[in-house]
Design a protein around this ligand. Structure first.
Ligand code: CDP
Length: 248
């Protein structure tokens, strides 16, 4: 258990409190192109997490001195709505949102072909409407789809999920009660097609063997999420783009 937390039984008769098995994701729902004014957008649900990502750009970068003459600058703002958590969250940036914005930007950066758009900015906004642990992973999944929806050239999508340890077991995709009362939480993001990890964080402690097992579990789940992301994009564009069978 993480320090200072009350002990709660999180696994009963081999099942988690929400009835999931150890290697089961929460239900995922994806909608692409939900915002009219954004260049690209995505609504993403992961269990009780509800997030929206909006992408603007590439557009002229202000202030000009912050421009990069060789490539686009990607800006990422993660924001939790005051009503997204049990206790009202004080509006505005805090240490946590600054950290999440930074690691999320770095998780997406390797796939964005920034060299195509020198001197511009690509703005990515992630708004958490409802949170239930794993919001950074939901935000990265949503942002990745919104970037593709904006037509920004990308090498691939980025997929993300957390694994953790509760009652001594390694489990996939912790919800809030598991995150609060569990022993460890490890968010992962990766480019599923190439198995390239672009984010890896850990809160709590894992043995080396648990870490390796957890990472494998997260990587497998990222492949599942990748298929859902891809399907959502194909669904959105299937009317306007002819996607040939087997070469989508
Ligand atoms: O959301 P994520 O798991 O990426 O980040 P976290 O910092 O591990 O937060 C875990 C969960 O704690 C969030 O998803 C919220 O449900 C909750 N939380 C909260 O209730 N109030 C905050 N100010 C921050 C987090």
């Amino acid at each position: 258990m993480k320090e200072g937390k009350e002990e709660i039984e999180l696994i009963k008769e081999g099942k988690r409190l929400d009835g999931r098995g150890f290697d089961e994701l929460r239900p995922i729902k994806i909608e692409v192109g939900v915002l009219k004014r954004a260049d690209g957008s995505c609504y993403f649900e992961l269990g009780d997490n509800k997030v929206i990502a909006a992408v603007y750009g590439p557009r002229e970068m202000h202030p000009r001195h912050a421009q990069d003459a060789k490539m686009a600058v990607v800006k990422f703002r993660y924001n939790m709505a005051p009503f997204s958590v049990d206790d009202r969250k004080r509006p505005g940036p805090d240490r946590r949102s600054v950290e999440i914005s930074k690691v999320s930007r770095e998780a997406l950066d390797p796939v964005i072909m920034r060299e195509y758009y020198p001197k511009t900015a690509i703005d990515v906004y992630v708004e958490i409407l409802q949170s239930d642990a794993g919001t950074r992973t939901a935000g990265i999944n949503a942002a990745s789809i919104a970037l593709a929806d904006a037509g920004i050239p990308m090498k691939d999508l980025v997929s993300s999920v957390a694994v953790g340890k509760i009652d001594g077991e390694i489990v996939l995709d912790l919800n809030a009660i598991e995150d609060n009362h569990g022993e460890a939480d490890m968010p992962v993001a990766m480019v599923a097609r190439t198995n390239t990890i672009t984010l890896l964080q850990m809160d709590g402690r894992l043995e080396r063997e648990e870490f390796e097992r957890g990472l494998k579990l997260a990587m497998g789940a990222c492949h599942q999420i990748y298929e859902l992301q891809r399907a959502a994009l194909i669904d959105r564009y299937s009317e306007s783009v002819d996607v040939g069978e087997g070469e989508a």
